[in-house]
Design a protein around this ligand. Structure first.
Ligand code: GLN
Length: 382
């Protein structure tokens, strides 16, 4: 039967993780920690289960969690979201993004993405029947190019997906970038899906610039975040969307017939854990130490380090390596690196619709220091 997604195969993250397992490689490909979360968080979930909090929660998420999320956003951005009508708990960011896109766009509409971009956005837009409009980020720096974004806006533009801190490049939008976006969209009705899953991984002296900080942008935005990233539990698949009441009402119409709601005990466990902000306040220093360890190790190799302002990803250029495999495509290089050197990485070409190849690959440094050292020992051969 005709495919709704004829150009889509299995995600690069699944492919590279399977290859890493097959070859017993150190897996710095797919983005997930190889260390466990805080036992206090697990205790909170266990306790909730024992307390009998095991039946359907409200469709929108348990009130204590929505209140904790609203308090966190207020403390971090100064914007008050109403826990009742403006916060929805989701089954991770992936479901949140699909649901937001589904309620924004349909056939005849255009949705802008900034390439390179996370691999779910484009198939999500295609599933709605809307047209994907790809705007390149500035080559080399991966910063937004507002002239190009302005040129891409049309009367049919319904929405735009943005992502800061940015996967895969680790770029963080500045206050001036947010201001420019705000001004550019001010005369339009364009909605924004702001993927902020790495919001708590921005390295000093920078700060996370949420769209929530600007009234004009906040009014048109679905802010998406993920507890999987923030609390080292990517397998829990739980996150949230914050959006003004009118947008949230539309979001919930789709959400209720998509997953309906998200598992109860984890919501209670997260609500309890969020009472103490220390875990996410301390996250930038925690990951900055890992980033620095990894970057220092790579500095003595011929990989060329790109900047890393946020996220838990480090991109490197491979064109100066002293091995002939540097001339392979990024995807083939990553396969070779996994099989022969024993370290898995992700090709940046996977984040482009046309497979654009710039000889850059991405490593994930959300790993135990010993894992990073083991990977560095293998990479030192290059
Ligand atoms: N976001 C993770 C990454 O970029 C992968 C998530 C997934 O496997 N879908 O590596």
């Amino acid at each position: 039967f005709p495919s709704r997604l004829p150009n889509v195969g299995t995600t690069i993250f699944t492919v590279m993780s399977a290859l890493a397992t097959e070859h017993q490689a150190v897996n710095l490909g797919q983005g997930f920690p190889d260390f466990d979360c805080d036992p206090k968080l697990v205790d909170g979930v266990n306790n909730a289960m024992r307390e009998g909090l095991n039946q359907y929660p409200p469709m929108t998420g348990v009130p204590v969690l929505r209140e904790a999320i609203a308090a966190k956003i207020l403390a971090q951005t100064g914007r008050a979201y109403d826990a009742g009508s403006e916060i929805t708990v989701t089954a991770g960011a992936t479901q949140a993004i699909l649901t937001a896109i589904l309620c924004c766009a349909g056939p005849g509409d255009e949705v802008i993405v900034l390439e390179p971009c996370y691999d779910s956005y484009v198939p999500n837009i295609e599933l709605t029947g809307a047209t994907v409009v790809r705007v390149p980020l500035t080559p080399g720096t991966f910063r937004p190019d507002f002239d190009k974004i302005a040129a891409a806006l049309s009367p049919r533009t319904r929405a735009m997906v943005i992502n800061s801190p940015h996967n895969p490049s680790g770029t963080v939008w500045s206050p001036a970038d947010m201001q420019r976006l705000d001004e550019l969209l001010a005369p339009t009705n364009v909605l924004v899906i702001s993927d902020e899953v790495y919001e708590h991984m921005v390295f000093a002296p920078l700060r996370h610039e949420s769209v929530a900080r600007l009234p004009g942008l906040a009014a048109r935005s679905f802010i998406v975040s993920s507890f999987g990233k923030t609390f080292h539990v990517t397998g829990w698949k739980i996150g949230y969307v914050a959006a003004p009441a009118a947008l949230t009402a539309e979001f919930r119409k789709v959400h209720q017939f998509n997953v309906f709601t998200v598992n109860t005990p984890m919501q209670h466990g997260l609500a309890r854990y969020l009472q103490d902000p220390a875990p996410y306040i301390n996250l930038p220093a925690f990951y900055a130490a890992k980033r620095d360890l990894f970057r220092q190790g790579l500095a003595s190799t011929k990989f060329r380090l790109l900047p890393c302002e946020g996220t838990y990803f480090q991109c490197v250029a491979i064109d100066g390596l002293g091995v002939p495999e540097r001339d392979l495509s990024e995807a083939d290089f990553c396969q070779w690196l996994t099989r022969e050197i024993g370290v898995a990485a992700i090709p940046l070409s996977a984040f482009y619709g046309n497979g654009f190849d710039q000889k850059v690959v991405r490593f994930c440094f959300a790993k135990k220091d010993e894992t990073l050292r083991a990977a560095l020992a293998r990479l030192a051969k290059l």
